[in-house]
Design a protein around this ligand. Structure first.
Ligand code: SF4
Length: 327
């Protein structure tokens, strides 16, 4: 459960969320309450979904340990790490209002449930030909966009005007050819497995309600600034990508199996094994982005968190891209 904020006015030490929201301890020069962030922002950071023993699609895509720790342990929220999530949520809300205002023929932000798994779709669009397209919006950074479109950086050998290789004339690389970096699109580098799982599960839920889905798409909004995006090879602010259909049985087996694992752990107070490499991005999530890493670290069995306190002290929250609000 979200119980504490890392308070910027207490050197990022924990403060009870209830104490913070009841009244900030920090005062301005006139003795008037002077919050680090608006109360609205703080309330949004504190918000979490009530647990009713029915996991959501997103809880099941995350590692079982991560979802378990979030449900069973009190943990602390870093206020600055919530910014991108809130930007994403705000974008969703704007689109939702637009849909309702214009009475678009669509289901928007619809809550679903199937086999005791819950989910909320962003948008189910109906074409003029009465075909249903399931669309999910993601506000994300260039790192995730590159993975979504399969962009990778390769070394291209340099040749001169006459067509001869340009070689190093001295140093360690003497005799080797000069190269330059180039971004290329390589379908084999596309990595959107989480989105495939998420949208296909929503598709199954909708089809169980007699909404046959024609296509699934992700509409990505690039949240980085133009200069940084271009430096990284990303030249658009918005991308739309198709999500492939996967086998229903395999997908349901995956979700039902993870549901059983999570419910068993939660209802019997058994700490699940470490999130696997896919779930914790080979340890990157543990070290930099997992909201319950403090709790996981205290369990003492996570090899990715061996130097955790050191990593935290050295970290710069603006340093590297976040994946996204995952869903
Ligand atoms: S720190 Fe890593 S292993 Fe632990 S819950 Fe978070 S993602 Fe999972």
């Amino acid at each position: 459960m979200r119980k504490y904020f890392k308070c910027p006015y207490l050197d990022n030490n924990d403060i009870l969320i209830t104490d913070c929201l009841n009244g900030c301890h920090h005062k301005d020069e006139n003795g008037i309450e002077d919050r680090c962030s608006s109360e609205l922002y703080l309330r949004e950071c504190a918000a979490e979904r009530e647990w009713k023993n029915k996991p959501s699609v997103t809880q099941l895509i995350s590692g079982t340990r991560e979802s378990y720790l979030k449900l069973k342990y009190d943990y602390s929220i870093d206020l600055y790490n919530q910014v991108y999530k809130i930007i994403g949520t705000r974008g969703h809300k704007k689109l939702e209002i637009q849909g309702k205002y214009n009475k678009i023929n669509a289901l928007i932000e619809e809550q679903l449930e199937y086999k005791d798994i819950t989910g909320k779709i962003d948008y189910l669009e109906c074409t003029k030909e009465d075909k249903l397209i399931l669309i999910d919006h993601k506000t994300t950074g260039v790192w995730k966009i590159k993975k979504a479109i399969g962009m990778t950086t390769v070394d291209i050998p340099i040749i001169d005007k006459e067509g001869y290789p340009v070689l190093y004339k001295s140093g360690n690389k003497k005799g080797q050819q000069h190269t330059k970096k180039k971004n290329i699109i390589d379908a084999s580098c596309v990595d959107i497995e989480d989105w495939i799982l998420q949208l296909n599960m929503y598709r199954i839920m909708l089809e169980a309600m007699n909404y046959p889905i024609y296509k699934m798409k992700i509409e990505i909004f690039n949240r980085e600034n133009k200069r940084y995006s271009l430096q990284c090879g990303i030249d658009k602010t918005q991308y739309k990508i198709d999500i492939p259909r996967v086998d229903d049985k395999e997908l349901l087996d995956f979700f039902l199996n993870k549901k059983e694992k999570l419910l068993h752990a939660v209802n019997n107070d058994i700490i699940p094994e470490l999130c696997n490499d896919k779930e914790n991005w080979k340890g990157k999530k543990c070290k930099e982005y997992c909201e319950v890493a403090d709790v996981c670290f205290k369990l003492g069995d996570n090899p990715h968190l061996k130097d955790y306190m050191q990593v935290k002290d050295d970290s710069n929250f603006m340093g590297e891209d976040f994946t996204e609000d995952p869903f």
